[in-house]
Design a protein around this ligand. Structure first.
Ligand code: APR
Length: 249
């Protein structure tokens, strides 16, 4: 796999690099994506499992789904793509990492500042009074946990379809898209909005747009460079080439 010269040049002139990641960046860690042929949404119904209506009509089902996912994530480790991205954070004056993932593998790999656009699967909060419950909740002994404060149902702190994204994370993402010099879109089908709007905003704001994805997406046409290898292969290679380039130039 060749890293195009124009990408190495763009990175060496970059003061601010920003990145949006999706499920594909965790695929090589063994976590299924959502829309690939063997993706979660080809086997499960998102409106039943990842929506307010789904939770209200069957909270036990939704909780067992998230417990199932937490179990998988607990036994999962970051892959070389996560580690290389964590290293990139130290190589630029400004580096903004925005993720749609709820698995916290970026943080496990050492990324210090991660904006979680779709929340995370570890934290919980009361559906009614919003009281946060940061500790993991084990429901093995009882059906669905209720809030000691108001008696409301406790739910995972992930963003479900039709829900607002966390305001701070979305603002930080928009700001980074408008100010960055190079923007990476990694392992996302770029189909779920408003997250999918962010790479387009970066492109419109003059950033050099890079897509890392083995498949074509709704964004591929707009990318200045498309790297078609899995992110766990691409980023270690990119780091190696970029370090060499900086030494020689
Ligand atoms: N490296 C890079 N990209 C990969 C890899 C890999 N190893 N494996 C798969 N991909 C790509 C696929 O080609 C696909 O385009 O990752 C993308 C995953 O797309 P989706 O499954 O749609 O996941 P994502 O874009 O993160 O979904 C967005 O939708 O279901 C909701 O809230 C959920 O955050 C999620 C959002």
């Amino acid at each position: 796999m060749e890293i195009p010269q124009k990408l190495l040049e763009a990175l060496s002139n970059a003061d601010h690099v920003a990145m949006l990641t999706g499920a594909g960046v965790s695929a090589e860690s063994g976590i299924k994506t959502f829309r690939d042929p063997d993706g979660l949404w080809t086997q499960f119904n998102p409106s039943e499992l990842a929506s307010i209506d789904g939770f209200m009509s069957n909270p036990e089902l939704v909780w067992s789904w998230y417990q199932h996912r937490i179990e998988i994530i607990r036994n999962t480790k970051p892959n070389p793509g996560h580690y290389a991205i964590a290293e990139m954070e130290k190589m630029f004056n400004r580096f903004t990492l925005i993720t749609q993932n709820v698995d916290r593998l970026h943080q496990q790999a050492g990324s210090k500042l991660v904006y979680e656009l779709h929340g995370n699967i570890i934290d919980n909060h009361c559906f009614q009074c919003k009281m946060p419950y940061k500790e993991e909740i084990d429901i093995s002994e009882k059906s669905v946990p209720t809030c000691p404060e108001c008696g409301g149902l406790i739910r995972p702190s992930v963003v479900w379809f039709g829900e607002m994204l966390p305001f701070d994370a979305l603002c930080a993402a928009d700001e980074a898209a408008q100010q960055c010099d190079v923007f990476f879109s990694v392992g996302t089908s770029a189909e779920v909005y408003p997250a999918a709007n962010i790479p387009h905003l970066a492109k419109k704001s003059g950033a050099f747009l890079v897509e890392v994805n083995p498949n074509l997406t709704a964004l591929s046409y707009y990318a200045d460079v498309k790297l078609g290898e899995p992110s766990g292969v691409t980023f270690p290679k990119l780091l190696e080439e970029f370090k060499k380039y900086k030494k020689e130039n």
